[in-house]
Structure formats: C-alpha cells, structure tokens
Design a protein around this ligand. Structure first.
Ligand SMILES: *Cc1c(COP(=O)(O)O)cnc(C)c1O
Length: 389
C-alpha cells in the first residue's frame, strides 16, 4: 500500500568470494566474477529501515516485494502474475505418515506451470531495462517455456536450447510463444555448450541459471512468501528438488535478508537438497564422494529439471546446506514415479516429478532420524505434472 514499497533498494552486484562489485546498470554478459574466476554474482540491497509495511499488499504476485528486487524502473516490469502461490496443508499425507505439520508450497499455479516463472519474469524485466533484444537459454524444459512466455510478453526474441529427449509439451509451448527451439542430443550441459557456440554467431543475452544474476532474485521471492504466509515464523525444514540450485540459494538469501531486517527470528530452517539418483552431483559433493561436480556425468531422469550434472553455483548450494545444517539426498526414478501418483491422489495436486521426489526423500530422512515427525516441514512443489503426461 505504501508508495515506498515499490522503489527498489538495489545497490550492486557482488562476488560472494572476493567481494568485488559490479554495477546493476551494466549488461554483464558474463555475470561472474572475472577477478576470482568462476563465481556467480549476487545482488545486494540497502536494507536499512525496511519493514513489512514496505511490502506492496495490493500486488498479489512476487512483485509485492519490489523494494527487494533489482528493477530500477517499474515500467519495465514484465509480469504474467507469477508468485504468491498457495501453501497447502498436506492433510491426507500427514495422516498416512503420522506427521503433524506437513505443508506443500504449490508452485504449479505459476504462469507456464513452474516456479521458473519467477526467475524469468525478473530476468526478462531486467533484460528489457538493459535494452537487450534477444535472450538465449539452455534448459531442461521449464526455464525454456518461461523464458519464451516472458519474451513474448516483452516483445523480445527467445532462443531455447533443449535436450531432444524432453517431453514434447515442453518444446511445443516454446513454439507457441514464438521462440526458436533448438534440440540437442544429451543433457542441459550439452545444451550449454551449444549456447556458447551460438553466442559467437549472433548477439544474444545468455540467461543461464546463475550466470545471469537476476533469476536468483526472482526465485528469492519464494523465501519472502514462505515467511509472510507462515506469519513470519519459518518452517523447521524445507525440502527442495535441486537442479542448478537457484531456488535453494534464493530462499536462503531471502531468509538472510529478512534476518538482517529483523522480519524473522535468528532460527533458520534446515535446507534439504533432493536429487535423482540418475543425476546426483550435489549429493556426491555434499558427502565428499567426489571433490566437485565439474566433471560429473549424469544420466537423464524422469524429473528432467533435476538433470543438471554440473551446477555452476555448486559452492553456493553446498554453503547453503552447511550453513543451514541441512543435508542432501537422492531418490530413484521408480520412487519418483510412485510418489507422483501417491501425492496427486492424496492431495489433489498434479505434482511435478521433481516435487514428487521430495516425499520418498522425506520418509527416508524421518526413518534416519534426521527429521522429526512433529517438525514443521515444507515441501516445494516446483512445478506442474501436466507437461510430463
Ligand atoms: C528447474 C526445475 C527444478 C530445479 O530448479 P533449480 O533452480 O535449477 O535447482 C526443479 N523443479 C522443476 C519443476 C524445475 O523446472
């Protein structure tokens, strides 16, 4: 309601390792720190004096947190009504597994059916503000659909590079939105190589996960919503299906910002990264079964959003898991498929396979005593199951 709520408090982009900073008014085509190499850049804000009254209560989308987002001129906002998704109490699953506080934040309600809408609304808005005309993205599926939709809305060109084996609905939606779709044999890592080639041939802005810094800020809004919807008391544990890790890092960033502003208490949720056994680089790194994921070769999984063998922001993912005293765990494709049916029929949500992976992971962690059955547990259903049918 307050006019101050919409003015961005953004300061700059900063390397989390060497703290070198970059301006937010510059197109940083390689949005990574050139000084210390391969690190993603994080957006910083002047959080001084911001209160929950600076949330724009009249805006029922992620843009209610515009003060904490990097868009300088609100006229550049490219929105399809993303965010402000419901948190549902999972009543029947709770009963079945004797859990007292199990919730699902249902991101399938987003435009293009996944939480990628948050990141891409933010990134395309910033791209428009920076005068960019063509965007390109390597994608496992949902990021391509979201980029295509927001570019359509903004009158920009989108090029989407996707694994050939991706279910056809993911490709067709991009085509409907007017994007150019390029298919590649292999996983998203192979698509990224193709993007690197294409960028040499024509000017286009690379909007890859964590290489473009503002998608993270869009996904961060999930963290703000979780706090606001739970009346500023965060859950004990959050389970998140992890591919490139944007949502995990983004929520954690939001929690830290809110802690700094005094909106939430010091007690932070434990963050759990859930992966598919076919592609579990973060789990292997977390368990120190390999040094890092740079040379990891994953296989395709039914949960295609999780088929990210070499996550660019792995250090930040691991840092989030460690700082929050969380963990990482992988489940099998048959478990994912069974859980998709179980959750859908118990809760009335046609859950994405990525979101479904969280249930077998949760049950294992309860069994291991890592999570207590009376804790407040939140599962992030990151997308809709419709495109996978
Ligand atoms: C992309 C995607 C993920 C993984 O998100 P990251 O931010 O890359 O970790 C999970 N679920 C769905 C449905 C996705 O589309």
């Amino acid at each position: 309601m307050m006019a101050t709520g919409t003015a961005s408090r953004v300061l700059q982009l900063q390397c989390p390792v060497c703290e070198h900073s970059f301006r937010v008014t510059e197109v940083n085509t390689f949005a990574r720190c050139e000084h210390c190499g391969e690190n993603p850049l994080l957006t910083t804000y002047n959080l001084e004096g911001l209160t929950i009254h600076d949330i724009d209560q009249t805006t029922r989308s992620m843009w209610r947190y515009a003060a904490l987002l990097p868009l300088l001129d609100q006229r550049n906002k490219v929105t399809l009504g993303e965010g402000w998704t419901p948190i549902l109490k999972a009543e029947r699953l709770s009963k079945r597994y004797h859990l007292s506080n199990l919730f699902i934040k249902d991101e399938s309600a987003n435009p293009t059916g996944s939480f990628k809408a948050r990141g891409l609304s933010m990134a395309v808005s910033k791209a428009l503000e920076l005068g960019i005309e063509t965007c390109i993205v390597p994608t496992a599926g949902n990021a391509g659909g979201a980029l295509s939709a927001y570019c359509a809305k903004a009158g920009m060109k989108a090029i989407v590079v996707m694994p050939r084996h991706t279910p056809v609905a993911f490709k067709k939606e991009c085509t409907f939105f007017g994007a150019e779709v390029i298919e590649v044999d292999g996983l998203i890592s192979d698509c990224a190589k193709k993007v690197a080639q294409l960028k040499q041939l024509q000017p286009c802005f690379d909007i890859s996960t964590m290489k473009e810094p503002y998608r993270l800020e869009g996904k961060k809004t999930m963290g703000y919503e979780i706090a606001e919807q739970f009346n500023w008391v965060l859950p004990d544990v959050i389970l998140y299906p992890t591919g490139g890790g944007t949502g995990l890092i983004g929520m954690w960033k939001a929690f830290q910002e809110m802690k700094t502003m005094g909106w939430v208490s010091e007690k932070m949720p434990r963050m759990v990264a859930v992966q598919a056994q076919n592609c579990m680089p973060v789990v292997l790194s977390f368990e120190q079964r390999h040094e890092h994921s740079k040379n990891y070769c994953g296989k395709a999984t039914f949960a295609n959003g999780l088929a990210v063998p070499n996550p660019f922001a792995e250090k930040l993912i691991l840092q989030t898991l460690c700082e929050s005293r969380g963990t990482a765990i992988a489940v099998s494709d048959p478990e994912i498929q069974a859980a998709m049916k179980e959750i859908s029929s118990a809760e009335g949500i046609l859950i994405s396979p990525e979101g479904a992976a969280l249930l077998p992971a949760l049950l294992q962690l309860i069994e291991q005593g890592v999570i207590d059955s009376d804790e407040k547990i939140l599962l992030l259903n990151t997308g809709s199951g419709y495109k996978y049918l």
